[in-house]
Write a protein that binds this ligand. Structure first.
Ligand code: FAD
Length: 296
């Protein structure tokens, strides 16, 4: 492959925020959408599995040899902001905290909440990331994708994407997100927007274990309830398996206290599920995406 760097046997633990994960057979970090597309085409033409990771902030990757090509998008950082029209075009690897601050500086409203989510635009669309009743999907106009089976590239308008709580159709189809077009309300007060953005980040770091390796919320909130509340009521904060621990700060977070492996984390997830099911009669559905496990 011309002009494309890819390496072999790369440790994926360096590319997940929980700091666990096995080895990728082939690994690449493209700097732009063109190289990203070339890599996807290469994997298809060479009949290799292709796995996409963004910032790895919602991923539990098993400690295995992951065959095929793993592509990390986090260096695809091009973003174009039109502060008059409010139209923003961002490559899949643009980090939400970076975008959030840029929107505020350009007087665009509606992205202040995203500052606390350490993921990429592509990962946020795939996961339908949200906070309270705010979600990136609300600002979306369209998504540029490539079909990994046919290599067709096209735009999908937002109206054709059926987003649900922590679900997007990209979790079930063959489409990989290349970039997104969004709209944010223009002509906001820059000073106020920057202040709201700063406060939002502060409130996240004060209530969630931002300084420790984690993958954000472990479980989706069940209807009319909160996973964190159910786990906390059972006194599970601080419960440990190996180096994996239920955060003492927020019960819906598992933190890696430096020595955890992927099995410790999966075992802890299973124990929490069993206890909540036994005592509360509710099955907690993981929010975190799992790679290389038989989990379904
Ligand atoms: C401290 C902390 C706080 C968090 N707070 C929140 C929160 O408030 N709200 C919330 O919703 N989430 C939160 N998260 C979870 C996480 O940050 C989000 O789900 C985020 O959107 C994931 O983006 P990512 O780039 O890290 O995706 P990854 O974890 O790298 O990937 C997640 C999934 O998306 C797929 N994917 C990634 N990029 C693409 C692409 N370009 N095309 C196709 N598929 C792709 C991957 O294959 C994988 O299946 C938090 C996480 C942490 C660590």
């Amino acid at each position: 492959m011309k002009n494309i760097n890819f390496e072999k046997n790369i440790k994926l633990s360096n590319y997940t925020t929980i700091k666990v994960g096995g080895l990728a057979e082939y690994f690449s970090i493209p700097f732009n959408a063109n190289d990203f597309i070339k890599l996807i085409k290469w994997s298809h033409l060479n009949k290799q599995e292709c796995q996409i990771i963004g910032a790895g902030s919602n991923l539990l990757i098993n400690n295995i040899f992951l065959k095929g090509l793993t592509i990390c998008t986090k260096k695809m950082k091009t973003i174009n902001i039109n502060s008059l029209s409010g139209i923003v075009e961002a490559e899949a690897g643009v980090m939400l905290p970076t975008m959030s601050n840029m929107l505020a500086k350009n007087g665009l409203q509606g992205g202040e909440w995203t500052v606390g989510i350490p993921g990429t635009v592509g990962g946020a669309i795939y996961m339908n990331a949200s906070s309270g009743n705010l979600s990136l999907a609300k600002n979306l106009l369209s998504v540029k994708v490539i079909n990994i089976k046919t290599l067709e590239i096209f735009d999908i308008p937002k109206k054709d994407i059926n987003f649900q709580y922590r679900f997007s159709p990209f979790q079930q189809n063959n489409l990989i997100i290349i970039s997104a077009k969004m709209f944010f309300e223009p002509q906001g007060n820059v000073k106020e927007l920057l202040e709201t953005t700063r406060k939002n980040l502060k409130s996240k770091t004060e209530t969630q274990p931002y300084n420790l390796p984690s993958f954000g919320s472990i479980f989706k909130n069940p209807t009319n309830n909160y996973a964190g509340k159910l786990i906390e009521e059972l006194g599970l904060k601080g419960l440990k398996i190996g180096g994996a621990e239920v955060s003492t700060m927020h019960a819906n977070f598992i933190v890696n206290s430096s020595t955890a492996n992927s099995q410790d984390i999966l075992d802890l997830i299973t124990v929490i599920q069993q206890k909540v099911l036994q005592k509360k009669g509710i099955f907690l559905q993981p929010e975190v995406r799992m790679i290389g496990f038989d989990y379904s």
